[in-house]
Design a protein around this ligand. Sequence first.
Ligand code: C5P
Length: 301
Amino acid sequence: MQAVTVRVPAKVNLALTVGPPREDGFHGLATIFHAVNLTDDVTVEPASSWSCTVTGPDAARVPTDDSNLAVKAAKRLARSFPEIGPMRITIDKSIPVAGGMAGGSADAAATLVAVDALFDLGISRKRLLGYAARLGSDVPFALVGGTALGSGRGEELAPVLGGGSYEWVFALQREGLSTPQVYAECDRLRADRAVPVPMVSEEMMTALRGGDVHALAEHLHNDLQDAAIALRPTLRDTLETGLEEGALAAVVSGSGPTCAFLCENRSGALDLMVALNAAKVADDIVRASGPHPGAKVTSHG
Ligand code: C5P
């Protein structure tokens, strides 16, 4: 029992429809989660005291105390399994921080998988998904990966089968957006309207089942996009620039501020990266493809 490393993907929402606020403060959702190969590596080792270290270009922006969702995940399992002790958690971060790509949730999911493997706990998939759901709405999807229909507050998942793989470019902003603030802004913008029951369109499901990138491009949709733009007006320019430069479609990822551009193929994505870099509409531009598997052990030493 030395160290376990788990690789875990970021997500983009291909469709995100948001219902009215619920009594518990969350919003009912109907969403399509899609995991992409922009990943964090989380390593967990037994230690004499608890610690968390983050490496990578954005490391300074990630908390290392008990507010880090990975630490919460490990401590949650330590409460349930008294035989396991303190741990050293190391997060090698590539997923944008506070970017609407569920990076913190991904680290929590990776930690659950790593602790289970490290201490040979044999936790069932169902129970692991239960722990994940209690840690955050996006954590179960990071365990599952691929492409999945999410309902409830995002934690109820059903896989979406389809043969397609998709090429993406992401425009990242150094300054994140607060997810609760984006949801609150969405409520404010829709305060004078009846909000329909959240639902993913049949056209979107058909596009995904057929693996048809052009049909998918037509139906990318995010109910939080207007709210993210209201809080960060420069995002409108970022999205428009991507479309002008050849993206098939552009959408804010989750609660933003990351903008996601769907491309026809890999060479289209490479061209778009160059154009977006030259246009200086974001702090960083990265390329990724999906779907990608959920949290997986990559080293068990
Ligand atoms: O579940 P998670 O901790 O990731 O959610 C962060 C915040 O995002 C919540 O406190 C809530 O304000 C908002 N949220 C929401 N409805 C959801 C998911 C998240 O209002 N379905």
